[in-house]
Write a protein that binds this ligand. Sequence first.
Ligand code: SF4
Ligand code: SF4
Length: 382
Amino acid sequence: MKIAIYGAGNCGEYIIREIKEAKKSNIEAMLFIDNNPIYKDKDKYGIPIVDLEGFIKCYCKTVEAVLIAVSDELVAQELAVSLLNKDYKNIYLIPEALWTGKLPVLNSNGGLAVYIKHISDMKPVLPYVEYHVSDFCNLKCRRCGHFSNLVTEKKFPDIIEFENTLKGLQQKFRNVKSFRLMGGEPFVNPDLGLFIYKVREFFPYADIRVVSNGLIIPQAGQETVEAIRKCGVIIDISQYPPTRDMIEKILQFSWDNNLKIQIEEKITRFFISMGANISENYEEIYSKCMSRKCHFLRGENLYACPGVILLFENKEFLEIDVNKNDVIYNSFNLISGNEDGWDIMKAFLSPFTFCKHCTDMEWHNWEPSKGKVDRKDWIINN
Ligand code: SF4
Ligand code: SF4
C-alpha cells in the first residue's frame, strides 16, 4: 500500500523508522504532508514533504491512504477533517497509546497494526459541548451572552429528552472531551445531579464541568453534592464581583463537602458581538470569534455555537431577522439526522453562514442588569 504521512514532525519520523526497520512491510511511504512553511521544498529520509494543497493537486490519486502522525487526538482529528473537506476519505488514525507506548506501526504480516483504524471504523471525539440545565440565572448580568437576564421563570429541561439526545450524541461521537453543564445558573436546578449522572453514563471519559457563578453553591442539596463527587465533576466558578464577595463561604463549602472547584480569573468585562447589520464576510468573522468552538446542545439539536439558537429564540426581543432555515441549516438533529460525527466535525471546523449575524467584538464593563432590559445591550452599531 502506498501511503502519505500527515505530519512531518517526530511522530511522522517514528512511522518512517518503523516501516524501514520492519522485517516485513507491505507499506511504502511516498511522501509527508505538512503545512508548516519550514518544510517547504524539503524532504526527510529522502521522502518529499508537500503541503495539503500540493497533496490534493498532485498526489491524492496515487496515494492509497493517509496516516495522521500527530500525538494530540484533537489535532489529529482536525487534520483528518481537513482531508475530508477536500474529499479525500482514505484516512487512518493512530491512537495516542501508540505514541506514548512506542508501539509497533506494522504487524508481523507487514500490514498496519490493528489499532491503526480507518476513519470509517472510528467515530470522532466531540472536543467541547455546553448545555443549559437552567436558562434562569440568580445573578442576571447585563449583556449576558446567553440571554439569561431575560429569563424570568425557573423552567428546566426534561431529563428524558436529555437522555435521548445523549443517546443520539453517543451514536455519532465516541467521546466528548469537555462537557459543560451550565446556564443560566445550573445550581438553580434541583435535579442538577440527575443531569450529571446521565452525562457520566453516556460519556464515561468526558471531563464534566458544572459552570457556576458560585453564589448558591453553599445551598446545594446533598443529592447534587453526591452526584458531583461520584461522577468526578469539577465546578468551574466564574468570578464575578458578587462571587468574589462571598468566596470564603464558597470555598469553605466545597472543602467541607470534598468538591473539586476551579476558580476562573476575575471577570470585569463582557463582550458583545452581534451586528445591527448582516456582515458581508462571515468567514473572517468566524476566524476571529472566541465562541466558534463552543458547541451547544439544546433540545434534540447540536449547534456550532450557542448564538445560532439563542438569537433565534430571542429574535422578537432583539428585533432582528433570523431565518428559521438558517438555524436548521446550521444545526444537527441528533435523533433524526442522518449525518455522522465526521459530517458534523466537517461543518464545525469550517466557517458557517450564521456568523453573518456577528461582527467584531465590543467590550463593556461588567455590571448587573438594572430596570428594564434594553435590546441595544447586545447590538453593535445600533
Ligand atoms: S452569571 Fe453567567 S449566566 Fe448568569 S446572567 Fe451572568 S453571565 Fe449570564
Ligand atoms: S455565529 Fe459565528 S461569529 Fe457568531 S458567535 Fe457563533 S461562531 Fe461566533
